[in-house]
Design a protein. Structure first.
Length: 148
């Protein structure tokens, strides 16, 4: 499991690094507000979702995005803890995370990485079932005037 976690860590780091030979981007002063994002992810069968979440955190670090919430769209029990572990890695442990309570994809095969990543740190929720309902997590920032 340690080897798997190292592989996933390398993948997440690779997503966050600039292309070879380029200088790291620095936030540029802009009159534009950052894009407000609610990420919907299955964080389940393959690593594309981990990469997307890592990239979103980098955009937030650069001031180009504001992460409002992350919602798991899979019933796989390790999706939410994996999302939170990635959020913690990028310094955002308190981002709202929701999970479906019914009518969602249930991958019985699971993920080759989500459990290993989730078990690498202590998280608020040990399983998807512990997290708030994804519908409420979506609604909260959408009804808040500060997110507009």
């Amino acid at each position: 499991m340690n080897k798997l976690f190292r592989i996933v860590s390398v993948l997440l780091t690779a997503v966050a690094l600039p292309a070879v030979g380029q200088q790291p981007a620095t936030p540029s002063p802009s009159t534009q507000s950052p894009a407000h994002i609610i990420l919907d992810t299955d964080m389940d069968s393959d690593c594309d979702d981990a990469g997307a979440l890592a990239l979103l955190h980098v955009l937030a670090d650069r001031g180009e995005a504001k992460i409002l919430a992350v919602a798991a769209s899979s019933l796989y029990r390790w999706s939410v803890p994996c999302i939170e572990a990635i959020n913690r890695y990028y310094g955002r442990p308190d981002l709202p995370i929701g999970a479906p309570k019914r009518d969602a994809v249930d991958s019985h095969a699971g993920s080759k990485y989500a459990r290993a990543v989730a078990e690498s740190v202590t998280t608020r929720w040990e399983a998807n079932s512990d997290a708030p309902d994804a519908t409420e997590v979506y609604r909260q920032p959408l009804r808040s005037p500060t997110t507009a």
